[in-house]
Design a protein around this ligand. Structure first.
Ligand code: COA
Length: 166
């Protein structure tokens, strides 16, 4: 079996649209969402990036990443929220799960983006499967839930001294 990762050219190439839409429906179902949160027309207008996982040249997974300005705090109950531009995992789905595919996809992205690390990412409403995934592969043990439902590693707040000197 050969695995590879492909950055989707959503503005210039429609050929993978059916694959992405099929997986986006499965992603929504697996997260008990009423509608897919990754919609072709909407993503086309954005600067989000979609990385596809290919197994034997079939598209079997994807991750959608995008930059967002989020209001974050290391302790949302007692420390004021502050705006921060952060790279976010907005949707993530792997069809053949628990075979190392999700980790493969993430590792490929991290290898090609030297300035990125898991501790710098925010995760939109992480599922019950994503939390152990992040713990196992990236050592993200202490996740801080934000009022906007994004979750971010406590390490993030140590990386950005901005938050420490409040
Ligand atoms: C979360 C997800 C992307 C991980 O991808 P994956 O290819 O299954 O992950 P890997 O095989 O690389 O890593 C496996 C680890 O992920 C976690 N994991 C994956 N599926 C899990 C499940 N059903 N229950 C609990 N943990 C799970 C575990 O830590 C697992 O390690 P283990 O097998 O030793 O328990 C994938 O399971 C998925 O698409 N889930 C459905 C959609 C979803 O929840 N997306 C996240 C949206 S926020």
């Amino acid at each position: 079996m050969t695995r590879s990762v492909h950055l989707l050219n959503i503005k210039g190439d429609n050929s993978l649209r059916p694959d992405l839409e099929r997986l986006a429906r499965l992603s929504a179902e697996s997260q008990n969402l009423k509608h897919p949160i990754t919609a072709w027309e909407k993503i086309r207008e954005s600067s989000d990036r979609i990385y596809l996982l290919l197994e034997n040249e079939l598209v079997t997974g994807y991750i959608r990443l995008g930059q967002r300005t989020l209001y974050l705090s290391p302790d949302p109950v007692s420390v004021e929220l502050q705006p921060f531009s952060v790279f976010c995992v907005l949707d993530f789905f792997i069809q053949n799960q628990c075979r190392g595919n999700g980790n493969f996809l993430m590792q490929q992205i991290l290898t090609s983006s030297p300035n990125l690390s898991p501790a710098k990412l925010a995760f939109d409403r992480p599922s019950a499967k994503l939390v152990p995934f992040l713990r196992k592969h990236f050592g993200l043990l202490d996740l801080v839930e934000q009022p906007n439902k994004f979750v971010i590693s406590r390490q993030f707040f140590s990386l950005y001294k901005f938050f420490i000197h409040q």
